[in-house]
Design a binder for this molecule. Sequence first.
Ligand SMILES: [Zn+2]
Length: 387
Amino acid sequence: MFAMVNVVSAAVQVFAAVLRHGPISRVEVTARTGLSPAAVTKAVRPLVDAGYLVERPDDRAPARLGRPAMPLHVVAERAYFLGVKLTADEVIAVRTDLCGVTREAVHRPLTSTAVADVIEVVADVCRGLAVGHDVACLGVSLSGDVLRDTGMVRFSPFLNWRDVPLADLVSAATGLPTLIENDVRALTVAEHWFGAGVGVSSFALVTAGTGIGCGLVVNDVLLPAGELGHVAIDVDGPECYCGGRGCVEALAADRVVLAGCSAVVGRQLTMAEAISLGRSGDPAVHAVFERAGRALGLALAAVANLVGPERIVLTGEAVGGYDLYADQIRQALAAQAFGAAAACELVVRPLPFDEWARGAAVVGIQDLITRSGAARGSTGAVTLPAR
Ligand SMILES: [Zn+2]
């Protein structure tokens, strides 16, 4: 699986550095990427030629004597990108600029999960967002086994889709170049470039809610792995729908927490009711959240021990009740993370679905930059950034 990992192209490294830290000079780009000055020059040229980057004086910098510095800027309006996040009952779509800033967002309910029906809604929403704008790419994200390279959804349990050539179908319906990606990985890309992952080259994003997902970035490369939800952390734990036993999802997914709270109260609760009871001090309900928190903490420790990220971002619907098990999560992480892995920083961040849709758009931005670099032959000269 790890053989599939792509080395980050020089173009992407340079563009990401300007995006995150710009306006910055070529010298600063060299320092931030670890690329040689020649490799930076080679990577910058096609990006400037294509109009994605521009060199001009920084209006924010104080005027100095002598030749003015000409730092690199990203040209935000050079291209627009659409990002779509699919859930079982809603299409969430955004239009971003080249800087990944959301300019417009639309939510549209889904009344059917049949492939043709979903594509019709996606196409309609995208047509509306694209009107009057030069859209370079559409990214679609959804949970499940999603292959970006072939554009195939191998399996998406919540939509009950198998072997759907989604990228081709959406592209045909919208007329836009279309990429698809697993939703957690797309969100991880966006967080790496624009969110809590900025400034670190290795980080993990863990989502807790309906399922437990994980995106991993190591040395600035997104790994095509991260099935954290089915990592077993209790040999005597409950059976999981995947056929395994003691999986993180079988111990900490929303439905498990809700079933546990409902069982101790003796009636079916909503999640809002369960959180409210836990906050009002119901010890039995609180204990259910604490148990899930310990399971999540062990899951985060597994990530820390295996990958050694500098930072873990925890997000997802479950973060709404985070105060009920924050102590257990942090204690289990601290107790189980070994050696240097324990130094990993935990950031808890609610990220609404608009942000997930933005992640799909950012996948498109990365792809455009990768291709514009590759087309001019700058992909070859690559050194991974120094840690
Ligand atoms: Zn499982």
